[in-house]
Design a protein around this ligand. Sequence first.
Ligand SMILES: [Zn+2]
Length: 111
Amino acid sequence: MDGFDDFSKKLENAGKKLFKKTKEFADTTKLSIKLKDLEIDLENLFQQAGKKAFKGEDTKEVFDEITDLQGQIESLKAEIADAKDMKICPNCKSEMPKEAVACMKCGHKFE
Ligand SMILES: [Zn+2]
């Protein structure tokens, strides 16, 4: 019966792995939807800024909002990468596997 025990252990582990992957997928999907929303907001802000600039109005407030939103988008992207066991290259913003020692796109060396 030892062989069977082994087999059921393996099956159990495979099930756990699958569950983890499914959860990861659900998490990244939710985060991706949030990211899309933020990117749409950002587009709207850029349009607002453009209109204000055209009319000669003060754009500082909109620019501040844009900077703030860009920061949120950056950290959300990092969160998504993390959920996928990836990281973002600080130099070129490409997604790289967490274990990579250097960026495969731009050659940036990770600490
Ligand atoms: Zn890079």
